[in-house]
Write a protein that binds this ligand. Sequence first.
Ligand code: HEC
Ligand code: HEC
Ligand code: HEC
Ligand code: HEC
Length: 440
Amino acid sequence: MKNELTIVSGLILGLIIAISPDMARTEVKRGDLLIIYSGSTLGELKPCGCDKEEDQGGIERRMGYLKTVRSSTKNTLLVDTGDGFKAPTKQGKLKAEYLMKSMVNMKYDAVTLGDKDMVYGNKFIGEMKNIPWVSSNIELKGSSLPKYIIKNYEDGLKVVIVTAADPHLFYTKDSSDIKVRGPLEVLNKLIDELKEKEKPHLIVLLSHMKKEQGIKLLDVEGVNIVINGHIEDEEDIIDMKPVIKNGKVFVQPGPRGQKMGELKVTFDSDGKISFTHQMVKLDSHVKFDPEMVELYDKYNQKIEALFFASLAAKRKNKNSKVFATETTCAGCHPDEHKVWSESRHGRAYNTLVKVNKSFDPECLICHTVGFDKPGGFVSEIDTPNLKNVQCEVCHGSGIKHAESPQPGFGKKAKDACKMCHVKNHSPKFNFNDYWPKIRH
Ligand code: HEC
Ligand code: HEC
Ligand code: HEC
Ligand code: HEC
């Protein structure tokens, strides 16, 4: 039977057809298989919304997309190539927990480990019992990771998932908690055994390594598909164009869960396999799933609670005054102040209030003055005069200048832009285009 794909919102990267010569299979009538893949989510539960173009991804849309696809596709395989987590902070860990909760609800078939997934240790991985972790060459002390996963479909299709992590990416030196074996020797042996014992129709390899190395895995005997993840830095540009070699295909997910990869596998009657590939943007065309909206809201409430809990400690070590604040500057620079207060910098805090994020440290850092720094923004109640992107964010502390004004103050303001106008939050930033909008 043939399944028609519903493309929720398509960014078609390429249609590819490949023929697999060594795939003479037992005759089973099989339908197509749609492999859906993600990876390198880096804890991004929801996009920040700073920029329209970058407003893609998030668990609310991911689930909305999955439900739509599953309602119209019989055989699906949902996999993740790792690096779901990011920062070794309290907030980072909370995000990791909620990402895992969402992925359990999304019913992933296989999730492999990336180097960034080790930031909270083995125990954290071990506790996520409902996640279908799999790793052919990683051994974690204290938890038993399956080396492969088999998925049997109603129409007789049998798919095996194996994995390969690059040992060099993992911190294993002097550590007895994690062992990463050479992937090739492990795979060659394992795939031989699986072919003999399980006779799968398709072998999917999830790898976690640099692209050039991942592509080499297409040479591994028996593997039909390599889905590779790994990201050095969240601003890395990932090449999502598939690579085809000897009737096999190599693909990679993009960063931060912004897009979902779709690889459709079609089997024809002589056992030949062909592939169709596309990346689906999880942008505003994709509906939020109500169950995930609720889950995200719970996360948000936890962040709010942490924020208010942290205030007590911050209030105790009340530190010295570092910023004069915009109202002081206004006294002597009324024209500049007027321009500023009408600019978006002058209402950047309110933006956070509007999206219910005025308690999230990950947002306050760019939408206020000196958040988390000595003398900087604490909360709207404690430091109401340090809201927004004020004069001193760019010109530097002006207390001394306000007392005895001198020409030449704050000349380096131009250099400040790049602290906040970074790729993921302001991809179109260019001083020559942006400065005229706030010139004063
Ligand atoms: C690294 C700095 C940075 C961080 C962190 C940051 N923002 Fe922003 N935000 C910006 C910049 C810069 C812009 C303006 C982008 C542009 O127009 O080029 C912006 C714009 C926005 C806008 C659009 C306002 C409008 O009127 O269009 C929203 C909404 C927003 N941010 C919300 C958030 C939220 C929510 C968070 C936390 C999850 C966050 N921001 C974290 C820098 C940041
Ligand atoms: C987003 C960063 C930013 C903010 C916020 C900002 N400025 Fe500026 N300001 C600049 C830059 C950049 C220049 C140009 C400096 C240069 O020539 O390199 C400048 C120039 C100035 C000048 C010199 C004008 C001239 O004619 O030479 C004054 C005075 C000034 N700003 C005051 C203020 C005051 C007061 C505020 C707050 C009400 C403010 N600025 C907010 C970035 C900023
Ligand atoms: C008591 C009045 C006063 C206050 C308060 C004050 N300034 Fe000034 N500012 C001046 C004077 C006077 C100059 C020098 C103008 C000149 O001679 O060119 C100046 C110059 C500047 C310049 C331009 C330097 C140059 O040589 O072009 C900047 C930028 C600036 N101020 C920013 C600020 C900021 C930001 C604040 C608030 C933190 C602030 N000022 C507060 C009076 C003040
Ligand atoms: C502390 C972080 C920060 C710094 C530093 C900063 N910005 Fe911004 N900028 C923001 C945020 C946040 C917004 C979005 C405010 C909003 O709408 O809520 C923004 C918005 C803007 C906008 C409005 C964009 C639009 O399309 O209307 C311009 C223009 C801009 N910034 C220029 C600059 C320039 C030029 C500099 C350096 C001189 C600079 N910014 C430095 C945080 C910053």
